[in-house]
Write a new protein. Sequence first.
Length: 339
Amino acid sequence: MGSKNRLFAEGLADAFDAPAADAQARSSRLGMGVLSGRSNRLAELATGAVVSRTHELIDPARCRMWAGHNREYEALSEERCRDLIESLKAQGKQEVPAIVRRVRDDPAFDFEVICGARRHWSVSWLRAHNYPEFRFLVEIRDLTDEEAFRLADLENRARADISDYERARDYLRALDHYYEGRQTVMAERINVSTSWLSRYLDLARLPTEILGAFASAHDLGIRNITAIKPLLKPEDRKARVLAEACRIAAARGKGEAVPAAPVEVIRMLAQAADPPKKSGSPKKSGSALQVVAAASGRPMISIERKGRAGLSLTLPLKSGATREELDAAVASILDAHWV
């Protein structure tokens, strides 16, 4: 064999032998890497730096809504969930898991949904409408009822697709169930101010007659409560307001033309609370048209009519109201009176 051929053969042999040696070295390094990675992962879990979560893809029919869920599941519809349905179809799967806990008292269900009612409804709808391959992605947690409430509240607080009224009803239920009616304790646990929480509780406590005056209770925002609450005191004004609310609800039920906007309904209730005198004489200049009370019960804004030109707002300096309360009250006044 010539020298050139011998060199070529040796090079070819080296080419076959080298990958085998390299593969053995890589295999050794890979084994070390796997063991090292596993060791690091266990160390992270032990120190709490990483939290292990269990995700499963399940049949949504095996899930029920938690009794304390803050969303009104029966109010969900294709229209209310359309954006999520389209997103699921575009992705081909559910990207964000719902939070559930195991059920042990009902053979018909394996889990109950703590957070993710819209996801559950949307996946169920897709499975029933030509997308049977969709599964419900869940994260399984071990939670007490109070922990479940706080977790659901944190997830849904910034969502625009849950109404203030749904949230208000959830807060009122939680106040008695988990905090023994102690509003200060509840506000501290969910990390909000007591005045902020008070407005939601006031919304949840509105008489059913008032709620019936609106096209839907879900249309009521938290800012509306500062305009409605003062109309319910004293008792004679409250009686007139409730009577007007019943009249509005009856008219809407008969199909009569009734304003749907909450601001317009509130204006009608306010007019019923303080009807004009039979003599038809206008209010004297400087007389209070409406007084808005702070959470402390003291007046924080007095509204006076200045002829036909407009309104005058007086803010007593010693009302005890917070800036947050005043901002919300002024916004409600503008909603009720600004044209």
